[in-house]
Design a protein around this ligand. Sequence first.
Ligand code: HEC
Ligand code: HEC
Length: 203
Amino acid sequence: MKGTTLPIVLWAILGLVVITAAQEEERATVEPALARRAGTLILARCAVCHTTDLISQQRLTEERWTATVEKMVHWGADLSKDEAAVLLQYLTARYHPGAPDHLPSIENELAMTELPRGQTTATDGPLSGVAASGAGLYRHNCQACHGEGAVGGAGPKLARNTILKNDGAFWETVLHGRGPMPAWGSVLSHQEIADIHAWLTTR
Ligand code: HEC
Ligand code: HEC
């Protein structure tokens, strides 16, 4: 008897080790750049209506994620086709039926994949922003938290905010984020951020 049970126990242990290793590798299967982009999109476009936990608790197949994202867009989530594709790629890679029960919150995932400070800086030289382009970019990416017309909301009022005259502080906050404010350095180009800045100064 002993001779047959031992290998079974060994196989069981080996199996567990393999499963644990697979869980450790989970994160490695999602490119940090994809995780940053998708996490930022979730904060800016999904967290407007409900907590991000409602998303990270799910373990869905690609088909069900596709249906869920379509439903959310139908209900009012502001996503372009390209953005929906990025989001789906991330959601199906990270929150699939075989994923571990406990994964860090999306806010923590974002913090863990953040670019090291200094890696993206406004070194493109002084950019002149185009306010007309900034209006739409603001509406898509910032309005959910900073309010229509930048009058404030979950995030501070940006219209007539003194930070608009302090280039260093403005770029540092927008590129790298601060507290609940997501980092935009890997999502928006410097030109796009300059456009948003230009539009904000017209408020
Ligand atoms: C306009 C509001 C709104 C936006 C924006 C929104 N959702 Fe939802 N979402 C809801 C409501 C309402 C529910 C169902 C109510 C509940 O369970 O709290 C829900 C439920 C969910 C659920 C739970 C499963 C289900 O099908 O009910 C998931 C997952 C989800 N949303 C994902 C997302 C994602 C991903 C985004 C961003 C692309 C998003 N939501 C944006 C309103 C929204
Ligand atoms: C998910 C919500 C959210 C989104 C989306 C968001 N912000 Fe913020 N933002 C915040 C919060 C919250 C703060 C305050 C951070 C703090 O308390 O440290 C903030 C702070 C800021 C500040 C500093 C204001 C000050 O008085 O110091 C600037 C500038 C800013 N955001 C610009 C932007 C821009 C530009 C965008 C769009 C590209 C954007 N934010 C998108 C939530 C958000």
